[in-house]
Design a protein around this ligand. Sequence first.
Ligand code: ADP
Ligand code: MG
Length: 583
Amino acid sequence: MARIINILPESLVNKIAAGEVVQRPASVIKELLENSLDAGATALTVVIKEGGKTFMQVADDGGGMSDEDAVLAFDRHATSKITTYEDLENIRTLGFRGEALASIAAVSHVELHTRKRDEGLGFRVRIEGGEIRNKGQDSHQPGTSVTVKNLFYNTPGRRNFLKTNNTEFKHVFDVVLRAAISHPDRKITFVSDDETVLDLHPTTRDNRIRDVFGDRQTEGLVAIGDSNEHMSIVGYASKPNYSRRTRVEQYLFLNGRYIVNRSLNHAVFQAYEHLLEKGSFPFFVILLTIDPHRVDVNVHPSKMEVKFDDEGSVYRFVVNAVRKSLLAQDLAPFVEERMTSSGPRGGEGGWNAGNSWERLLRPGQSVDTETGEIGIARPMGHPGGSTSAFSSLPFGNVWQIHNKYIVTPTTEGLMVVDQHVAHERVLYERIVDRLAGRVPPGQQLLFSHTIGLTPGDAALVAQLHPDLTAMGFELKFFGRTTVALDAVPQDVKPGEETTILQQLIDLYKENEHTVSLEPRENLAKSFSCRAAVKAGDPLNADEMRSLLEQLFATKNPFVCPHGRPVIVKLTLAELDKRFGRPA
Ligand code: ADP
Ligand code: MG
């Protein structure tokens, strides 16, 4: 019998490999940039034409190659970066698979020029579809430049998959951007169709971030920094009210390499706890450094996927680091910030109609001052405050506005608190504590209440029974759909004992449909929303003070569990500006 198995020729093997490594112009630029960075380049120039389809070039001032290596580099599995299996477990370079140049050359026209710093002359190699056409000595400045023309000229299937020049440009741009973010100490220039798109000079990480994202984008970023014996993290994340509508602007790097990792993206998201509104995502740039022995980057030829030895500990490390940075922030939006983003300012209209300060301070109420200036807080001391910015807050004077907002002077001016969301935050944290078993539950009812449920609700209550009990509900089933309620959580308002369970269940179901929450999370949110004072509930001064005190004893007084702001501040400086009073 004749044999039917062939060993594929090298050129075909390379084309097959190219399928995984080279998907589009951006993948070529990515590989070439990685090689330049690995070669220790301090200046990198990327030039493309027509989104990279017809022309791409990456030039560097790195170590360069010898004549022999310049030819060898195009062989498959040719690499200077690893030699043994031990090396593979300890990858400190961006490349290591030795297949990028071979793959690129298999599907395009490539010209490489290179010169080692200590060599007088350089070397040139020209390759088409993996075949060397020309090579020889050449003059070249120290470093390497690789030019790639006519990508996929010999693989029409691939070529047809390419998108518009614009789209391909955008992908290349992203690749250059990522290299710029992870290597702020390098000079990076990017030219597309003869236009200089990026011209970045070596600088600090902070400045590089500002250089690539601009002032507007970087406004509202919080710096992140933390480390333990195994890993370290640096980076930036947006304050909640600067979040985005999409996940696109999330940049994650591991050991200088841009990676894609859903779990770690989720860790960052998780760090915001409930600071983010539904459907909004943080903008972040996070750079992790982890001992290479503890990570595996050899998961996919594109090297963008990684596996961690202990993913759980990396996840927790990221959550904690980001959370710490966020909580260190005073997250209350200033009136000023709000105004720039949402409407007119100054002169006539000022704030929102209906909220004008005139109205806020009537009737017969004026902020009590000795100096005649608004909002100078009297030093009454406030023992309950846990947040540094508010530690000396005097909750002496409080006013309720339209049975909805609480206004009180602060050392910096004034703050307005939304009573419902403030109470929601207080209750939410209490319930979360209770669910974690930290607070004694329940207030006993004088008479047990019997509640009839629909079969669906009854099943849900049965399912949530343990958590409801932890929250402070004490209930027993009589038959399948009737429960007797003997105790409710302490925060339930008198008179609502019988309705709170049904309200809670209704909101729980609603949340199940619209947002995906853990059951306990959903319970806590639903309960705090339903049990909290509402807009429209009149509060007396003591109730307001007590609410403010409890609010400032929470972990995050500034944002409600759904991500809405709890506090809006108006500073004296802002008031002075509005009244045209020189500062
Ligand atoms: P890898 O980067 O995985 O080693 P490549 O195919 O990308 O594989 O490159 C093969 C080899 O060519 C590299 O290991 C390196 O020695 C050399 N090389 C490629 N690009 C450059 C460059 N810009 N400067 C110096 N050496 C380079
Ligand atoms: Mg490489």
